[in-house]
Each structure stands twice: as structure tokens, then as C-alpha cells.
Design a protein around this ligand. Sequence first.
Ligand code: AMP
Length: 490
Amino acid sequence: MSFSSLNLDAVIVKAVAAAGYETPTPIQQQAIPAVLSGRDVMAAAQTGTGKTASFVLPILQKLSQRKPAHPRPVRALILTPTRELAAQISEQVTKYSQFLEPKLKHLVVFGGVSINPQMMGLRGGVDILTATPGRLLDLVGQNALKLNEVEILVLDEADRMLDMGFVRDIQKILALLPKVRQNLLFSATFGDDIKGLTSKLLKDPVAISVTPENTTAEKVEQQVYHVAKGQKTGTLIQLLETHQWQQVLVFMATKHEANRLTEKLNSAGISAAAIHGNKSQNARTAALSGFKNNEVRVLVASDVAARGIDIAQLPYVVNFALPRGAADYVHRIGRTGRAGMSGLAVSLVSPDEMPQLKQVEKLIGMKIPVVELAGGLTQQINDRELTIRPPRPPRGPAKPKTTDGSADKAGADRKANNNPRPGKPRTTSGSNTTGNSTNTGNGGAKPAAKQGQPKPQGQRTDNRRPNTESNHSGQRRTNKPNPGRATKGE
Ligand code: AMP
């Protein structure tokens, strides 16, 4: 099946081809015709299935078929739980709408950054607005926009929005929308809360399910390493170095542990950055873009912050600690093996985590293969023996709390953000973003081969530093945290 057979306009098909996609993914095959026909949609789909394009492409087509009124009212509203996801949806809107004439205007708004540029951006109106719920309501409260002409509403990652406590905000937003509209709801899971929401929101929806609930992406190879609690950092460093893994997303149990691990990795000469709810939006954006550009090799994340991370061909996910809820394991490893690519998900499991491992295995219906720490990996490193450069004593008076609720984010970010070692060329993973059936990364490679001989890699030749705030010694700082209200939940 091709994109043009889905009745998409030639300019949209051209943009999809420019993105490198050849074949619509299963969710795209089902959702695009349903959205084009004007039906409500209820889709069970995880991130990584191509779900964003499944609603963005037909929305672009529908909106471009009619001239907007003047000033432009918001005609499509896309609600998402996290800032990162909002930003990534917006990137996709830009990508897929690039050849449309006349252009559609779109804007992304989220908390944690100043509201003023967003208010300016709304002047004159926008056709498509992607928003986190809290900031959207702030903007409505400030009369920066009206939602009474919304024709299409998308609730993306609806389960996560409810998990994060956005239910009231969503209800308030629904009350601002016209009664007659098209509703598209995407959710990885369909628990009772979501079922309640869908029954109120959706009228005779087309139900689509592309990934059976709680199954792990087929292309993700999973492995467990049994490691003593105090030896996880050393083990991770050895795995990174032995197998030369690049672009590794590491999940931590707490924000504090994420900061600690980031410091240790940077001290060991492995460029790492932390991304979690206590970081300023600018620090998070810088960490994510450094990671996407291969300037940051390891992104150390909390569950919520990692939720919206979309990087084509993210090859490695490491569970430094298993998540508290087994369903989160599925979400975490869904970061890799996306849109037909292959991936490796490694869990470092200490003896006290065995009950969680059992729960995960029960949920996914399989036993995860255990890999012995051998072949050059000396297991006996105690994390205590890993030295960390002590942070410099603070200069000047203590900074006040930032408005998004975190204590001195700049200081915390300075400590936790990284700088790769200058002068050390580093390999990078391929930047090809195509997802066709012939380009499956290292799919089909045997586990050992996959670890030991990662995908063909380019050499980094420059010594660019990531656009993060500074190194440990606080020498450099390019991004100032931007005061502003944070969105709820992050
Ligand atoms: P999503 O599930 O929307 O987060 O998309 C996951 C990734 O798949 C994104 O990086 C998209 O750019 C990519 N993608 C979306 N549609 C396709 C397609 N038809 N073929 C290959 N990759 C795709």
C-alpha cells in the first residue's frame, strides 16, 4: 500500500516521501481514511507506531481544503501530556505541511517557558494548535485565543494525560469547544478511566488497534543483566564502552539518581545529560537536541520526561532500575524499535527487583533472556569506587526558586548537564530516518553481533559541545532557564 492510495493530496504525499517514508504503517492505513471521512476515531496505539502522522496528515488535508476565516480561528486542537511530545508533534506538522500552498499556520504552546512569545504567536490566529492542557487554559484565561471554532480535537496519549492528573483541565477545555466537531483519541492503554472519557467524548468512533495492549514492540530485543545494586553504574559504563553503544536512553527511578548517574558518566568521559521534571524547559530541550544530534551519547531520564521522546532509530534503552509499574516497562522499551526499526532494551536487575521483573514478564507474556556479564566485562566494580569530580562551591548568593517549582534549576542543570570530551572523536549512529521495509537498521543481527558491532557509524570530526548550560565547573552557559509556569504534571 502507498500513501497516495490513501487519497492524500499530492503535496502531502510529496512531504511524506521527503521524510523518507515509503509505506504507511498499520495505524496510518486505518486512521487516515477514517479521519478523512470525518468519523471520530478511538485508536489503541503506542508511540513509535507512526500514530502522529496518522492524524496530522489527514488534518492537514482537511484544513487545507477550505480557506480559513480572518482572523484565523483554531480549527484543529491537539492536546498532549508533555512538552516534549507537543514539540515533537509540532515538528511533524512542519515537516508534513512544508509543500502546502497556501500555508497553514500552526503553533505549539506548553508551560515552563515564558507565555509572552506564545501570546504573540497567537495574534492573527493559527489553524493548528498543539498544546499541553495547563498552558492552553492559561492562554484562554488571558484572552489570547478562543476555541469556539475548533473542528477537530485530538487527544494524544490520553491515558498518560489522565495519569498525570489532567482530567479536570481536559473537562474545562471540552466545555470551551463547539458541540459539533470531530474527535480523535489516541491511547496506549484503555483502562476504565479512558473508557469513561471515550464514551462521553466520541460519537460512533472507528475503533483501531494496532498493537495489542501490553505487548512489547516486536522488533525490540530484550535482555536482563543480573547486577548487584551497588555495581550498576560500573556495569553500565562497561557495557557502553565494550559494545560502543551510541544514543542510549537510560531510565532511572528518581530525578536525584538521574542527576547522580549523569555526573558519573560525564566523569567517566561518557557524554550524558539528564532530562526530568526538575529541569528547566530550556535545559530539557537542550539535552534532547544534544542527544538527537549525537552530541550527547547517553540521555538519563525519568519516566514522565521520556514519554514524548521521539527519535528515529533510537537503538538502545537501558532500565537502570525497573519501573514501579510493569506497564511502564512497555512504555519505556517502546522508545526503541520504533516504526519498524530494531532496537535493544537492556534491564539491569538487582536481587531486590526480582518481584518487579516477574511482574514485567507476566505482563509481556515472556521470559526475558538473561545475559551473563562476561567477555571482558569485569563485574566487580563498586559504584562507590567511581570517582566524581566534586562540584565547585556556589558563586554568589543562592538563587531564588524558579517559577516552575524547582529549586535553582540552573545550578542543578549545570551540575547534571554534560560536555563531551573535546578532541575525542566519537562515532555516531546513522541519521537516516527512513522507515521502509528495506531499512531496518541492524534488524536480523544476532544479539552478540548487535551489541559488539553496532550499526555503521560515522565519525565525529568536530569538537562541538552540546548546547547545554555548562560543564561541572560552571565555565560555560549558553541557555538560561526561562522563568514561566510549568505545565501540570511535569
Ligand atoms: P510516532 O508513533 O508518531 O511517534 O512515530 C514514530 C516515528 O516513526 C517517527 O520518528 C516518525 O517520523 C516515524 N514514521 C511515521 N510514519 C512512518 C512511516 N510510514 N514509515 C516510516 N517511519 C514513519
